[in-house]
Design a protein around this ligand. Structure first.
Ligand SMILES: [Zn+2]
Ligand SMILES: [Zn+2]
Length: 277
């Protein structure tokens, strides 16, 4: 998946930026920072978050980030990256648009690199099929996953009856229930969870309509365990770690985030005047 903004294209697989005059030279860290900013164009990304994503586990000098930022600004030109003093940085250039790769260019997805939300790294080539335990509901997915996440939050624990949930996010238009339909339960003011009314299998999670924020729209998460071939799907990060079972130690994914530190989750609850539960 590439990200296109204005006259630029960030090729994530090739780790290359091209502009109106061809390839633009970036340092490896500069590339990672730009990718992080482009994936969340609506957010101010905190300095600590950038350091954690781009230099995971490494203590870096105070001015290192500034050096990379000024090199990035020089490469892209003025007006693309804004400093929000005391907070962090925000991408302010033309809105990035994700460009789907050719199907045969999907593999191998790299799940080793830092992955902010919606990293476009699906490891399974579509179409993907799945359904509930009893067989009354079947589904078919025709696009690659946008993201795959483990969630340890209490709501996921309660709904799954297990320690955590795992699911992949897909564009909603790419998911068709070819037999039966899940029954949906409104699990929060802005989202609902789908299950089989006959066998109870947990199948899906989707934003309610109307969407609470622009981010909560156009996608559906399908539970990994409901797929016919779940074995090639690798979770890319972990959410809800404030509720993680104390005995669990999952060595998977590039980051572990508390729900109250996820801007998308915080904003959704805040829209209803509620804190993250
Ligand atoms: Zn069923
Ligand atoms: Zn959850």
């Amino acid at each position: 998946m590439d990200l296109h903004f204005g006259q630029y294209r960030l090729k994530l697989a090739e780790r290359q930026l091209t502009g109106p005059e061809g390839p633009v030279e970036l340092s490896a860290r500069g590339f990672d920072i730009l990718a992080l900013l482009l994936r969340r164009p609506d957010d101010v990304i905190r300095k600590a978050e950038i350091l954690e994503a781009v230099w995971p586990g490494i203590v870096v000098e105070d001015n290192t980030l500034q050096v990379h930022m000024s090199a990035l600004r020089k490469a892209l030109g003025a007006g693309m990256i804004m400093t929000v003093h005391g907070h962090g940085y925000k991408f302010t250039g033309p809105r990035p648009v994700a460009i789907p790769p050719e199907q045969d260019a999907l593999e191998p997805a790299d799940h080793e690199k830092p992955h902010p939300m919606f990293n476009f790294a699906g490891r399974t080539k579509p179409p993907v099929t799945g359904g509930c335990f009893c067989g009354e509901i079947r589904c078919r997915i025709t696009a690659p996953a946008l993201d795959t996440v483990i969630c340890h939050c209490r709501m996921c624990q309660r709904f799954s009856g297990s320690a955590f949930s795992i699911g992949s996010v897909y564009p909603s238009a790419s998911v068709t229930f070819t037999k039966g339909q899940p029954k949906y339960f409104k699990s929060s003011p802005f989202a609902e969870r789908g299950f089989c009314a006959t066998c109870g299998s947990s199948l899906a999670f989707r934003p309610s309509f109307p969407p609470v924020t622009p981010e909560w729209d156009g996608w559906i998460l399908i539970d990994t365990g409901s797929l016919d071939n779940p074995f090639s799907i690798v979770p890319l990060w972990q959410l809800g770690i404030e509720s993680q079972m104390p005995w669990l130690d999952l060595q998977v994914g590039s980051k572990r985030v508390r729900c109250q530190d996820s801007p998308d989750v915080v904003e959704a609850w805040a829209a209803f005047g509620l804190p993250v539960p």
